[in-house]
Design a binder for this molecule. Sequence first.
Ligand code: ZN
Length: 282
Amino acid sequence: MSPGKQPTERIVLLAIAICALVLFGLSAPGAVAQSDAAQAANDEIRLNIEERVPPGWLRWDPDQVPLRPERWRRRMPRQCRTQGGYREHCSGERRVPESQGEARARRDRLGLGSRLTARWLMHRSPFDEWIRSVAHLGEEANLRFPVPGGRMGRGVGRVRRGSVRHRRHNGLDIGAPEGTSILAAQSGLVAYSDNGITGFGNAVLILHRGGFTTFYAHCSETLVAAGEFVERGQVIAKVGETGFAWAPHLHFEWRQRGWVRDPEPRLVNGEGERARRGRRIQ
Ligand SMILES: [Zn+2]
């Protein structure tokens, strides 16, 4: 061993020590960065709804809309009256907010907000990703009556008027003056808030825990956007008569995994008492 080698070894050892320190110093924040990256990658998983629905759903079939409802036709503004049914139906003025920030990211990641989303939830069981996104919400057995001061009108399955007489009524109509607040019946995730479903005008669809959904239609405007979480009792829209409506009212639907359920026995007023027909319900 030559005496000149020792300083070289020291330098090498020192260099190794410095490298180790530098690597150690970088590795701790590096690990955090990596977990952030994993989280980001997880967030990058996108549910592309167009790939999930049957191909036929992508061709939106205008013949599915109720044809020639003469009663509505006469009441609609001139520009909404068309020949050959309601292919160019009048949905009223589109008044819906735009998703922002985190809600917008959630909407895009989960494939919410489109009428395909609404159609899926109104006919099929929600996708696992959607079920998981509301799994943390509390369990709520009953439904908050969504229009304080409103009156219950036609219920589920009751005979409809005119040319849509043969079609089952899938919800509960609640009469109230234009502009009355509509409340979320339970806490949930807004899956749809737009004016793209024929006949329903400005409408909101909320996904709840356990594969349940509530739907609020004919609104003069909606106040929540797809991807937002809402609390039970939160104001989500205003009563109106957009779409096929003969007077201001809320068309309210309650479904479980796409199956229509009658909400009436589950509705409670602000005091938690059963909501009954025949008088205004608060
Ligand atoms: Zn209705």
